[in-house]
Write a protein that binds this ligand. Sequence first.
Ligand SMILES: [Zn+2]
Length: 436
Amino acid sequence: MKTKFPMLSMLFLAALLAANAAAKNSTSDAQAGIVAPEVGKSLPAWSKGELDIHHINTGRGDAVFLLLPDGTSLLSDASGKTVEQAPFSLPTKPDASHPPGTWVARYVQRVLSSRALPERSRRQLDYFMLSHFHGDHMGAIVPDSPLAPNGAYQLSGITEVAEHLHVAKIIDRGWPTYDYPAPIKNPTVDNYRKFLDWQIVRQGLEVERFQPGRNDQIKLLHDAGSYPDFEIRNIYTNGVVWTGKDSGTRSLFPSVRDLAPADYPIENTLSLVFRVSYGKFDYFHGGDLSNNDAETAFDPPAWKNVETPVALAAGAVDAMKANHHGSWDANSIGLLGNLKPRVIVVTSRAEGHPAINAWKHMTSKDVWPGERDIFVTNVAPATAATTYGIEETAKSTQGHVVIRVAAGGASYRVFVLDDDDEEMRVKAVFGPYASN
Ligand SMILES: [Zn+2]
């Protein structure tokens, strides 16, 4: 988080931290028992004090797993089938022998097997956050989706993850009424609500609606006192954005009463947006937030350009997940020019991710100055042909992307992991980057 020190003390502090980090980096790692990551070997387990952000690649949608400094676990989205994959789909990774939700759960279980975690934390997800109600984030339900062994609901995405891990709390944009901007009814959401009802009664699941502005809805649950400079700030959902002051919010969208149903905001534009801060490190996660039809309209109403006010509320960050898989309707100049990320992770799930216009925004130094490294979880041959230059410029074009922030948040590294199997083999290491 950005603390407001006078400029001189900030500079002094920065110099001190940098000198300190340089002197201590290797020796303190060894003292703390941290294994150095090596290309070709499995990623060393998370250690207490580190912040891990795993962009898990199933080829089938978003699943970002965060292991927070005290061992609190948070999965944002669960990947999953979309109702229609063809004709732009990518292969399921590692392979088609399991559905995406199961691959996500197995990946999370491997990260949670770290001996630095207490026994009970190794089988539990403390938080599951659902960015919005689309199949590539929650798992679409189709007629042949298998029934859960308990018979109460069908399995796909998040409901599959819960077959492998106990889920303690779910936070989404709709609980408990699921009615903004209109009642949300489809087989996937109907099944999800049956799943919530069953889990609440039988497993003690807690469910909450994501509340923009707060920095205490998602918190460290195991040892918060040791990490006072860690925070997750809820920035935005459902047209309501944080004002930047205390937990205040303001509405960006007109009231539903004043809109014709055809003009209602679309699902992606309602995505949860949050910022993770650890010391000087900041990470932005905006789900599938996009400007959508504002990108193809001559003079769209201002409220449809939702990315800019959201980015202004979040402020500059070190790293971000690209919005909406790097799609054409997201990652606008107003988003990127305000976030100014050093590291961008594009979680692509189809041909055309990232789109050429979004790629141009991400790579242009006229949008914001300074270096930036871009990592893409999949680049299909069709994408390489149309988003030209991507193979030469992207730091990676295939694999899981892990951001590992050092204890205290002053620096971080990026690991690209082989997604052909479950060994979590390191393909490449980037950094350390200094947090800003
Ligand atoms: Zn999506």
